[in-house]
Design a binder for this molecule. Sequence first.
Ligand code: BTN
Length: 325
Amino acid sequence: MQSELRKKLLDAFTNSGESYLSGQYLAELIGCSRTAVWKHMEELRKEGFELEAVRRKGYRILKTPEKITADEILLGLTTSFIGKNIHYEESVESTQKIAHILASKDVPEGTVVIAEEQKSGKGRMSRNWYSPKYTGIWMSLILRPNIPLTKAPQLTLLTAVAIAQAMEEMTGLTPEIKWPNDILMNGKKITGILTELQAEADRIHSIIIGMGINVNQKKEDFPPELQGIASSLLVEKGEPISRANLIKSIFKHFEKLYLLYLDQGFYPIKLLWEGYAVSIGKMIKARTLTNTIEGRALGITDDGVLVLEDSNGVIHHIYSADIEL
Ligand code: BTN
């Protein structure tokens, strides 16, 4: 995790825009010596930041590194708690596993685990999630909302909206959401969300939201079995997207929606979700763990449950399934 001094330093650059910040100013602001400021700046340089140091003016950050670093995410991050504690790893089995361990150690709400690569990324329904190095966003966010267990799935829908809004902001393209948690572009999946809980009786200790976002993979980078069904922002937009900027945008949209949700409940989120929904009103097949139900998707309830009407007019409430359009 980042030292508090480093966070303050990056906050100062976040607010300074193009201006130079002098060593003296930074030292006073963050409460350390000028030599300590210089050491932090050298560490940033080693991480791949391009810095300018001009006599009598001070420091300026010109360029951030290609690889995602926790420092790069903190630089320009405008949230107050989402993403403020970053646990960054180069290569892991699964960010979910690490987030589960951290969550049981009482780390603050909003802590996030980010990895450049996952060796055995977890998807829904015990599937694998393909997570190659340096091209995607593989991260798990720890939340501690005071809500009943039954409402936890609403946070999956909220996350999908936050990611869709961030993608729109960053690419100008509008994604679609397939209930409950797939984000699609041109019918292909570019994001999956996996929500897991730590709870006792009816009390949620923490919710761990895993997000897998295909950002800069080329079509041929996907294994053949995924090429027909998966895509990336690079393929859809035709140009690479900064992963760090997308992460910051997701954190910003997430925090705003999450605070709205805690204050006003799921209804305003539901309206936003419906604006991106692709399955509603259509004939779909819902494959649950035990059976498959075919029918028209009528919408989602105020709790985020999918409502389906089959050909006999019977209404089904679907809590968890894979949807085929
Ligand atoms: C899905 O099956 O659609 C959900 C995929 C979720 C993948 C993400 S990547 C980050 C986090 N760590 C994991 O092992 N899985 C989730």
